[in-house]
Design a protein around this ligand. Structure first.
Ligand SMILES: Cc1cc2nc3c(=O)[nH]c(=O)nc-3n(C[C@H](O)[C@H](O)[C@H](O)COP(=O)(O)OP(=O)(O)OC[C@H]3O[C@@H](n4cnc5c(N)ncnc54)[C@H](O)[C@@H]3O)c2cc1C
Length: 403
């Protein structure tokens, strides 16, 4: 009698979901793997600021899932997940229900608007490839309006959120704006780029020396930085800060925080709707359900605080879950997940960056190169040779040439 392989459904083909699928496929455990995602591509979110600033072709940030998930034991199905029927072991999607034996929830996050009036309606977000392209197109349209009609609010751009993605976006736009404005006869002096952060420093999740370096670099680029000044209202013509300052703008971008997506499911949720998990990354009270990446609430034993959203954590957790599923199916003991912080790298435009790898502090070009090499390393772990050769290496050589 042959045993039916265990059917593992992975909801979400981002950093975490893909790590589960690829490691599990390699593990030779008796599994059949189905990956559900609303898109046909795996998105390199770390490259979105460069896509928004026109420094990267959108194709450099999206890898076709069919090419990545080539193992015969893995199938990819495009479907939008709406929720989970945990009692019946079914994923609920726009294409109908999908039964599973084991489920991995890796659906990432979505922008959190903190109920700030007007934010959801009027601010551009940066989470998908389309978002990045929308920001780029919106700014270029605004610059077109700004030139003949001399509307100062059309050439003023506000980014809400001075964390890693807001800082990276600001740096990219500081380089792109003069290039986009010059054909319209707009001098750089007529363009304003404002970065607003509610806390007292940029990069609040990073060590203070990184914040200081980033703030100085952005200020040198001509970016106006408002620290400790939460946004309290956004309209289609302005952004109002808690201090009462009103910035007249037709372009507000929001990178100020994320929360887990809303899902129809009876799961134990913590702050930011994130799913509470046990040390094995199982949703509390549901041994057949794992949650990883941005969607999971995991407390860092070193800091006592929840792990911040990061591709690094999602990939680590994906590998940990794949290993534990394989161990479980082979009757071996499972291993609790321990986060290992390899470092963090922030790019500040094409020639600058800041970060740390272990105890090593990096500033300037070495930090920028380290970030690019890290991305190439990631592409290689996915087996995306064609993408690395076509897009990764030319990008690095262009950056070496950049003055
Ligand atoms: C602009 C930006 C820059 C960033 N830069 C960095 C960086 O430099 N370094 C770093 O470590 N982290 C960075 N991050 C954070 C990092 O991208 C996330 O923490 C990481 O993507 C989380 O991985 P994940 O697997 O949990 O989710 P994701 O990678 O977001 O994957 C979730 C997947 O689920 C799919 N999905 C979502 N909802 C549904 C649904 N309802 N139905 C079907 N599919 C769905 C999505 O399409 C996606 O493929 C950045 C984030 C942003 C937005």
């Amino acid at each position: 009698m042959t045993m039916q392989p265990t059917h593992v459904i992975i909801a979400g083909a981002g950093y975490g979901g893909l790590a589960v699928a690829m490691n599990l496929a390699k593990s030779e455990s008796p599994t059949r793997i189905t990956v559900l995602d609303r898109f046909e591509h795996h998105l390199l979110q770390t490259r979105l600021p460069q896509v928004a600033g026109g420094a990267l072709d959108p194709r450099q940030a999206a890898l076709p899932l069919t090419a990545l998930l080539s193992s015969p034991r893995v199938e990819h199905r495009p479907a939008a997940v709406r929720g989970f029927d945990l009692a019946q072991h079914r994923v609920l999607t726009d294409r109908g229900p999908w039964p599973y034996d084991l489920l991995v929830i890796a659906l990432g996050s979505e922008p959190e608007d903190y109920k700030i009036p007007g934010l959801r309606q009027h601010a551009l977000r940066l989470k998908t490839l389309e978002d990045a392209q929308r920001i780029s197109a919106h700014i270029q349209r605004a610059l077109l309006r700004a030139s003949p009609q001399r509307q100062p609010e059309a050439s003023t751009f506000v980014i809400g959120g001075g964390g890693a993605s807001g800082v990276e976006l600001a740096a990219e736009l500081a380089h792109a704006l003069p290039r986009w404005a010059s054909p319209h006869g707009l001098s750089p002096g007529r363009i304003r780029l404002v970065l607003v952060e509610a806390q007292e420093r940029t990069l609040p999740a990073s060590p203070p020396w990184m914040s200081r370096y980033a703030t100085r670099a952005l200020t040198r680029m001509g970016i106006e930085i408002r620290l400790g000044q939460p946004i309290v209202e956004v309209t289609d013509e302005s952004v109002r800060l808690a201090t009462g300052e009103e910035i007249h703008t037709q372009t507000t971008m929001w990178t100020g925080g994320v929360r887990a997506p809303w899902l129809e499911a009876d799961l134990p949720l913590g702050p930011g709707r994130r799913i509470w998990v046990d040390p094995y990354l199982r949703a509390m009270g549901h041994p057949e359900v794992f949650a990883i990446g941005d969607v999971a609430l995991i407390v860092d034993p070193h800091t006592g605080r929840p792990l911040e959203p990061s591709a690094q954590w999602a990939v680590q957790q994906g590998s940990a879950v794949a290993r534990n599923i394989a161990n479980f199916l082979k009757g071996r003991p499972e291993i609790p997940y321990r986060p290992r912080r390899a470092g963090e790298l922030i790019s500040l435009g094409p020639t600058d960056g800041v970060g740390r790898i272990g105890p090593l502090r990096l500033r300037g070009r070495p930090a920028r190169w380290a970030k690019q090499l890290n991305e190439v390393r990631y592409l290689l772990t996915l087996g995306a040779w064609w993408h690395t050769l076509k897009w990764g290496l030319p990008m690095i050589s262009a950056s070496l040439d950049e003055k």
